[in-house]
Design a binder for this molecule. Structure first.
Ligand SMILES: Cc1cc2nc3c(=O)[nH]c(=O)nc-3n(C[C@H](O)[C@H](O)[C@H](O)COP(=O)(O)O)c2cc1C
Length: 432
């Protein structure tokens, strides 16, 4: 029997998560603006109706506020704190999970362990943590901690996990006794100091929060480098695989599962998901028209500003017809998307700028629900992955309503997506 797909929604708490300048167009603010609570509540209710595992909220510290052009064009700016949004949405839903992003480089392990365990209570067992080591030096500028080199960030992150695991375990599950007669709230014999002294981190403990319904949050990660894959295969339960050719993705999935086995884990306990923005419409022509309209929107300056913010490289200084391979060695910041593009088809700067973080530029997953379901099934089966994160190419509440009302039923009919939830916690749904 073919495995069922897990589905997430991928957003940031900002106006245009993946389709640059989308906020300019009137159809992008049909009922609510992106910061208004009804916008998010409608979105969350829709995802729950479609039995999505989780709303995943990517994040970084400061958005692209390091570049005046990104501030002007609204490239990941303003960017609000997604962890603060989750309690509101959890109160309005019953089974949808929430994955929030926090950095092992910029948040102390104790603060992280405490925040996540508290969110597990507040969401009644529906919280996940997207573990990031952070990529942009300007995030470090915002918090006053210089960004360490790439592989050191992962070394620190491994030790960081030792601290947070110890903190989560420091409060035994039955330590909270609430014994009124003996006036004992928690049994001190079951709440332990950890006295962790590592190379980079230290913490005395114990954690001041008793375990939530899941014991610890579902752990998510998106490693692409060798160090990143090792980290994901050791710690992550949900893995967001980077873009690449189908063959690269198949090999990466196999590699992740192989490394997970080396760590003594069941390789299929890693749920590996790809991020796409399918465009579904009643006919293939209508879907192609929606895609063409989105791609025809002018926005070269905004695209260039976004790349400058994310990659720390002024791609605008080279001509739009330059091939990416000619400038690859000048990219000092985030290299992953550049390397993947060079390996795939070595686009011009102009083409890459349009595509960069714009899922509408995907040539696949545009058509009727049946067309898109065929392609998703084929990709999942070829790569041995576990599912997809869908990211909105247009006004998110309507985008997800179309996905949930047309694509999800098609996948359910084929037995590839579950109808309803397997249990009350995110982990139960993920492992079902
Ligand atoms: C789907 C997806 C979501 C990601 N979300 C975030 C995020 O919210 N914040 C962040 O700083 N990095 C995010 N990243 C970047 C990854 O954490 C990671 O840095 C990147 O994939 C490069 O891999 P590496 O760390 O192994 O070099 C994301 C990556 C992917 C593919």
């Amino acid at each position: 029997m073919k495995r069922q797909m897990h589905l997430n929604a991928f957003l940031l708490y900002c106006a245009a998560p993946v389709t640059r300048l989308s906020w300019v167009y009137p159809e992008e603010r049909i009922r609510h603006q992106w910061w208004e609570m009804p916008y998010w509540e409608e979105l969350a209710a829709t995802l729950e109706r479609g039995s999505f595992d989780a709303l995943f909220l990517a994040d970084n510290i400061g958005g692209y506020g390091n570049d005046p052009d990104s501030i002007r064009y609204g490239n990941h700016f303003p960017l609000l704190d997604p962890a603060m949004l989750v309690p509101r949405l959890a109160a309005k839903t019953e089974q949808l999970g929430f994955v929030v992003t926090m950095s092992t480089t910029f948040v102390s392990p104790y603060q992280l362990a405490r925040a996540m365990q508290t969110l597990d209570h507040v969401t009644e067992g529906r919280i996940g943590w997207n573990i990031v080591t952070s990529v942009n030096p300007h995030e470090g500028d915002n918090v006053g901690i210089p960004l360490p080199p790439h592989d050191e960030r992962y070394e620190r992150a491994h030790e960081y996990m030792d601290v947070v695991y110890a903190l989560w375990d420091s409060f035994e599950p039955d330590a909270l006794v609430m014994d009124h007669e003996n006036r004992m709230m928690a049994d001190p014999a079951k709440v332990h100091r950890i006295d962790f002294e590592g190379t980079w981190h230290s913490s005395a403990g114990p954690l001041s929060v008793m375990p939530g319904p899941q014991g610890r949050p579902v752990l998510a990660q998106a490693g692409a480098s060798d160090a990143g894959l090792t980290f994901a295969s050791k710690h992550a339960e949900m893995v967001f695989a980077p873009a690449g050719t189908d063959e690269q993705r198949r090999d990466m999935v196999a590699e992740l599962r192989r490394r997970a086995s080396d760590h003594g884990r069941d390789p299929y306990d890693l749920k590996i998901m790809f991020t796409h923005g399918p465009i579904v419409a009643p006919t293939t022509d209508e879907a192609s028209t929606i895609q063409a309209e989105i791609l025809a929107r002018p926005g070269y300056d905004a695209d260039i500003a976004a790349i400058r913010s994310a990659a720390g490289f002024d791609i605008g200084a080279v001509g739009p017809d330059t091939r990416l391979s000619e400038i690859l060695d000048q990219v000092t910041g985030m290299r992953g998307p550049f390397e993947a593009a060079v390996a795939a088809d070595d686009p011009t700067v102009a083409d890459f700028a349009k595509r960069f973080r714009n899922l509408a530029a995907d040539r696949r997953f545009v058509g009727t629900a049946a067309d898109v379901a065929d392609e998703l099934e084929a990709l999942m089966d070829f790569t041995d992955a576990d599912g997809f994160q869908f990211s909105p190419t247009y006004y998110p509440p309507d985008y997800f309503a179309t996905i949930v009302d047309h694509l999800v039923p098609e996948l359910q009919q084929r037995g590839r997506v579950r109808s309803g939830y397997a249990g009350p916690t995110l982990r139960e749904n993920l492992l079902a």
